[in-house]
Ligand binder design. Sequence first.
Ligand SMILES: C[S@@+](CC[C@H](N)C(=O)[O-])C[C@H]1O[C@@H](n2cnc3c(N)ncnc32)[C@H](O)[C@@H]1O
Length: 328
Amino acid sequence: MTEEDLDRIARGYREFAGEARPTSPLYARLAEHVAGSRPVLRFLAGLPTGKRQPNLLLAALQLLDGAPADGVELERRITEDGDRVRETVLARATQTNEPARCGALLPVLAQLDGPLTLVEVGTSAGLCLYPDRYGYDYDGVQVGPPGALRIRVETSGPVPVPDAVPEVAARIGIDLNPLDPTDPGDRAWLRALVWPGPVADERLRRLDAAAEVAAREPATLLRGDLVERLPDALDLAAPGSTVVVMHTALLPYVPGDVRARFVETVTGLPVRWLAQEPPGAVPGTGERPLDGWGEEFVVSLDGRPLARSAPHGGRLDWLDGGLGASRG
Ligand SMILES: C[S@@+](CC[C@H](N)C(=O)[O-])C[C@H]1O[C@@H](n2cnc3c(N)ncnc32)[C@H](O)[C@@H]1O
């Protein structure tokens, strides 16, 4: 391990600190501390490349003994309890599952001819496969069933807020490592992936409520790669339904060649293709941010950008040009 390796890891943590600052000041401070701590950087350099990410390290610490109160505690826990942290980081992956993203997907899904078969690639625990089971509040306009879970969305532009949720006939997810929303260990990991900060309590409540929904009505979750398992998922589509292949916050995790194969595959299928991803992740949806994921995602249907959204779905800015022309 060279000094350049350590500097590269430090740069990643500094970038993450900038990204985290608005929503999780604690994580921003912890990441800044890591960037300046040779012992922690050396610990990270001893991990495989894909296991050094800030999100993964901080979630592992949260899972084990709660989020460190400050950088000094973080460094102490890494130097005194590094084996347990390493074990957790190696056993887990960043699989944040945010059901609020359904707030960005619902206006599009509701415009498609139902009933729908939803095939979500990169589904994590499948919590975005229940857009019809959650309640929504679009600037005060209520949509969907009443219940514990209400997804609030601030809007601008001509968002086609639906009168009702669409009918979903089948829910199928694909993931390299599907999480089980009924398993206490997986539930604890999903909770640990939520960044501490002003909106953490709301996110944790939403996560718990969505996991209850998923436990009552289990989706079919297929283990494996998004391109390889897609044919198996399509075989499970409900007869006579419109098949929607969808994904949110997935493509930045997928290597470029696999991503290109996926785009080629999905565009050649008789399905609708709905995405909520950082700009440029779906070709033709804008410029890729230089650092990280940026603060805005793009909602696209069949590769055509329709709206900008907050990464977790709490804001939806409809683009001029709307949805009408993209209906099929
Ligand atoms: C950040 S999570 C997003 C989960 C969910 N879509 C959401 O927005 O709440 C990304 C998920 O993609 C999965 N993933 C990454 N690469 C994949 C691949 N090649 N094939 C299938 N799933 C993949 C990961 O395991 C992880 O669960």
